[in-house]
Design a binder for this molecule. Sequence first.
Ligand code: ADE
Length: 291
Amino acid sequence: MSYRSVFRTDLFGGQVAVVTGGGSGIGRCIAHELAALGAQVVVAGRKEEKLTAVVAEITASGGSATHHVCNIRDEAQVASLMQSTVERHGRLDHLVANAGGQFLATPDAISLKGWNAVIETNLTGTFLCCKAAKSAWMGANGGAIVAIVADFWNGMPLMAHTSAARAGVSNLMQSLALAWAPLGIRCNAVAPGTIASSGLKNYPPPVVAMLSEFKTQIPAKRLGTESEVSAAVTFLLSPAAAYVTGETMKVDGGSSLYRQMAPVPDHHRSTAFDAFHLAADLPELPGVSDT
Ligand code: ADE
């Protein structure tokens, strides 16, 4: 059995793609789909065993993949990832900047060290990957970049660090789209909602249970799949998106329109401001007039 992509099997024939964070979860799925569409895929990440396992899976499915151990927070390692990809495979057409990570904590519980670590991985690491891909190949030959972000639009009170970083990456894609348009490099992002992915295993069981309960608050009434994120990435990398750059595409079943992950508890700490001396005929609104 092979990957059941909706895209044609030779879409990326003769092309090369780097997928960071390709050893598990959404990145692993994207690596499989791009390989199934003919790309030579370089899966990158920190843990060699996970990367070699994905390379073996892709090879067993008839695709072509190699791995490269890389910490995206380290500029020299990122440069080596992109340069060695070009040396080994002759080109670098696509970058999927998927690697990232965070931990659950209220804003008050995030230390400076924890904050910096999450910003460095998600925002700075993505910036380093984009810059190195441009230097190694895309600046002279063009290319397409897709960064994986998150559903950050209404803030994330239990992951403020990653919410800020992902919003930063979305904005970074707009800056890079403008700066690098003359070089033929398109830069976009995909913002997954709550996805049933192996990444969920990084959270404690009660949190995972809570996340699956979120489905009642998602218009689609279910969690998303890794393949649904991968299909959006594939589209944005493909020539079908040749006129799309600087865009962040939501793949979230409508959740960003609808729900707040951490409901605000009841409180009486918001004092109404009432300056209008001729205010008249106001309705009695509980909670406004009875402060
Ligand atoms: N996945 C999570 N954090 C990472 C990092 N710093 N480098 C590469 N892949 C990662």
